[in-house]
Design a protein around this ligand. Structure first.
Ligand code: FES
Ligand SMILES: [Fe+2]
Length: 415
């Protein structure tokens, strides 16, 4: 799972000039592009062929609302209890259907001239201002998208071509499909490409340094540096900590540690559940998952952090090449009265300190990251492993969808 840090171009230069090490110049340091991961490189607006959470299910009513997913404009509307997704563009003059409303059950009408579309099929089912005999009726349609509701959210499948979507439960974290739980979460639209957000989520190096000032970490120190391995298991990759160092002497510079007198003492030895230390009591559902490491990542950008008594998830949903939706979710495998402490903790602290201020530090970095070019360092095996995983998994997705490479790489976004 390791990848050489030298770019293909640099390797070629080295081969041409035997005995000469390639010289790094100020503007040519490290990897110049992401051509080693061709699908990932092209996925600026997201990997099509996956389900994405778009908004809370409770926000979708009979009043159509606009969204952008993978660079594509869609509208969501609820009719008779079911949510429908349509391409958000009236074929007549390009007015967004989300500006319109419902004039007949099971349809949505464009506000401009009353072109009316059937929600399940997207077919033009009436043209109000051309009378019942309008010759276009039934002859054209707007694109529709598969929709599911899970985790209290509306999920939309963004197809590569015309393929049938895979079952959404195959894509969700396994432990959320078969167990009862309570959850809290937030949708936060953010600047920056979704890949920077995803890479930041799984990034081995940053939490100990960037988040050292977060209030969420006020009483719990984080290590200074780790020896970490990336372990694949099923469709996930895991960060596994082999060695944890709480302080270090940097030759000629000085000593550095995250420890402070008011914080808890760090645990002895290493740990792979949570990022501040071991605990004796682990939730039985979490324990039974047998996660090799506390941070794991899967396609199409789904991060899972296992703590001893709750789970944290981040979904990085591509809006377009420059914006993404951060979806942070915290889950507790409890039912009935046992859920009350979770709600108190979530609403009183987690929502503001973890999903808010702590995660806001990530949002700041994602917004200002500018790569490639990049010069990766040892902990960045977390990034290269994710890019390798995305290449492998996307190749499988293309094959499963029965589409060609050319279609899969198409950047066409208009229906
Ligand atoms: S633009 Fe939609 S009906 Fe005319
Ligand atoms: Fe972070």
């Amino acid at each position: 799972m390791t990848t050489s840090e030298r770019s293909p171009a640099a390797r070629k230069t080295a081969a041409k000039e035997p005995g000469k090490a390639p010289r790094a110049t100020a503007d040519k340091i490290g990897r110049q592009d992401w051509s080693s991961w061709p699908h990932y490189d092209k996925a600026a607006s997201g990997f099509r062929g996956y389900w994405y959470p778009v908004t809370w299910a409770s926000h979708i009513t009979g009043d159509p609302k606009p969204f952008t997913l993978c660079g594509e404009k869609i509208t969501l509307i609820r009719d008779n209890g079911k949510v429908y997704a349509l391409h958000n563009r009236c074929p007549h003059r390009g007015v967004p259907l989300s500006e319109g409303n419902q004039q007949f059950p099971g349809t949505v009408s464009c506000p401009y001239h009353g072109w009316t579309f059937d929600l399940p099929t997207g077919r033009l089912s009436a043209v109000i201002t051309d009378g019942p005999g309008c010759r276009l009726t039934g002859k054209l349609s707007v694109r529709t998208y598969a929709v599911e509701e899970r985790l209290g959210m509306v999920w939309v499948y963004m197809p590569i071509a015309e393929e049938e979507p895979h079952p959404i439960d195959e894509q969700l974290p396994e432990e959320l499909v078969s167990n009862a739980f309570v959850m809290g979460g937030r949708f936060d639209p953010r600047g920056g490409n979704w890949r920077f957000a995803c890479e930041n989520g799984f990034d081995e190096g940053h939490a100990k340094y960037l988040h050292r000032t977060a209030l969420w970490r006020l009483f719990k120190p984080m290590p200074t540096w780790n020896i970490t391995r990336i372990v694949p298991k099923g469709r996930w990759i895991y960060r596994v900590q082999d060695e944890v160092y709480w302080e270090a002497d940097f030759p000629g510079v000085g000593r550095w540690t995250n420890k402070r007198w008011w914080m808890k003492q760090p645990p002895e030895g290493t740990f792979n559940l949570g990022n501040t230390g071991k605990t004796d009591k682990v939730d039985p559902v979490i324990e039974s998952q047998d996660f090799p490491g506390f941070a794991s990542l899967s396609m199409p950008g789904m991060l899972r952090i296992a703590y001893p008594n709750f789970m944290h998830y981040e979904f990085y949903v591509p809006i377009d090449a420059d914006h993404h939706m951060y979806v942070g979710v915290m889950v507790n495998f409890k039912q009935g009265w046992d859920t009350l402490p979770f709600y108190a903790k979530y609403l009183g602290a987690v929502r503001w300190l973890f999903h808010g201020q702590f995660s806001g530090q990530d949002a700041w970095m994602v917004d200002v990251t500018d790569a490639p070019p990049e010069k990766l360092y040892r902990p960045d095996v977390s990034l290269t492993s994710w890019r390798n995983l995305s290449e492998e998994e996307y190749a499988k997705r293309i094959a499963a969808a029965g589409v060609t490479e050319a279609t899969a790489n198409s950047t066409e976004t208009e229906a």
